[in-house]
Every structure is written in structure tokens, then in C-alpha cells.
Design a protein around this ligand. Structure first.
Ligand code: COA
Length: 169
């Protein structure tokens, strides 16, 4: 795989691309059911949602949004199963944290049995704050995790087309 990752902000017209990506990633219990077009549009509209690309291939997504009280909520970090364990989620999280400089707290929600996500987030200093038995109304438990918003020092480059590049470790 090419080493440089590009982060491209999703446009509303790319909802079908997001939907197709989410079909590849979907895990109805641990992560969530595949999206439909309306939900994909809503995700792009409400969040800062980026496609993570390696060359022309969409290998992941990363999304976050601002919340009242100087908080940032990470609504999505996902990697295509074919590209996992190559540091892409780590690069995506680093990318997001680098954009949270004005925030005081960063929050996210994950399933207590999502071992990969728990390890990933713990390694970035996120701590479990609370457990909710039916957080999204899907009958599955979720953990709320958070950490302070100290920007990761790792550099992310902005190129002339407005997309961002970084390199997975
Ligand atoms: C969780 C997920 C984003 C990790 O993506 P990834 O690109 O494979 O992760 P990385 O290669 O960047 O790994 C970073 C760290 O995450 C942890 N990790 C990732 N996959 C793991 C796995 N299968 N088992 C245990 N730990 C894992 C490790 O701590 C890893 O660090 P290490 O490689 O130094 O051990 C990916 O498995 C995914 O897309 N899952 C489905 C969507 C999802 O659950 N997203 C999170 C929802 S809140």
C-alpha cells in the first residue's frame, strides 16, 4: 500500500460513496448497521467527515463535530477491512486530534466488546467515563470515553487542493 494517506472532506454529493464504504465496514452489533443514502447525507451534513484515501482508494473515514461547552465529539473512525492493522485508524485519530485545538474535551462512544476500538482509543489516552445499556436505541451497550484536547504534535500537511496528507506509522 502507498504510504501517504490523504484526508478529503466529503461533499454532500458523495453520500452514495460513503454508503458503499459503510457497507464494507458494517458490523450491526459492534459498530452499526450499513447506512442508507439519507443517513449518509445526514452524516456528511452534521459532521466534518473525511474520506481517508491511499491513492484513489478510500481506505477509511474519520468524522467529528463540535459540541456545546468546547467539546468535540468523534462520530466516526472506520477502516476498510482490507486495509486494517496498517496504522490507518491511528493516522485518522491523529488527524482529528490535530484539529481539536480550540476544544477542551474530546468525546466518543464505542461498544464495550469492540476490542480493536478500545485498544486504539486507550492508546490515545481516552478513558471510559460511563456505560449505557441502550445508548443508540439498538439494544446494545455503549461506553462513553473522553480525554482532554491536547493536540497531538504529529504534523499533518495541507496541500494546495485543500486536502490533507499524513503518513501512517
Ligand atoms: C477499530 C478500527 C478503526 C481500527 O483500524 P485499524 O486501521 O486497523 O487500526 P490501526 O492499524 O491504526 O491500529 C491502531 C491500534 O488499534 C488497536 N487495534 C487495531 N485493530 C485491532 C485488533 N483487531 N485487535 C486488537 N487491537 C487492535 C491496536 O492497539 C493498534 O495498535 P498496534 O497496531 O500498535 O497494536 C477498525 O478495526 C474498524 O474500522 N473497525 C470497525 C469500525 C469501528 O469499530 N470503529 C470504531 C467505532 S467507535
Amino acid at each position: 500500500m502507498e504510504k501517504t494517506l490523504t484526508f478529503e472532506r466529503a461533499r454532500i454529493g458523495e453520500a452514495d460513496t460513503l454508503m458503499k464504504f459503510e457497507e464494507r465496514v458494517a458490523d450491526p452489533r459492534l459498530y452499526g448497521a450499513p447506512s442508507n443514502l439519507e443517513r449518509a447525507r445526514r452524516e456528511i451534513r452534521r459532521n466534518r467527515l473525511y474520506f481517508v484515501k491511499s491513492g484513489d482508494a478510500i481506505v477509511g473515514t474519520a468524522a467529528f463535530c463540535s459540541k456545546p461547552g468546547n467539546r468535540v465529539y468523534i462520530s466516526n473512525v472506520a477502516v476498510d477491512p482490507r486495509y486494517r492493522r496498517q496504522g490507518i485508524a491511528r493516522a485518522a485519530l491523529t488527524f482529528i486530534l490535530g484539529r481539536c485545538t480550540g476544544a477542551t474535551r474530546i468525546e466518543l462512544v464505542t461498544h464495550p466488546e469492540n476490542e480493536a476500538a478500545l485498544r486504539l482509543y486507550s492508546s490515545f489516552g481516552f478513558e471510559i467515563k460511563s456505560r449505557h445499556e441502550n445508548y443508540f436505541g439498538d439494544g446494545e451497550p455503549r461506553l462513553v470515553m473522553s480525554r482532554e484536547a491536547i493536540a497531538d504534535r504529529r504534523e499533518t500537511h495541507v496541500n494546495s487542493s485543500g486536502s490533507h496528507q499524513t503518513t501512517p506509522s
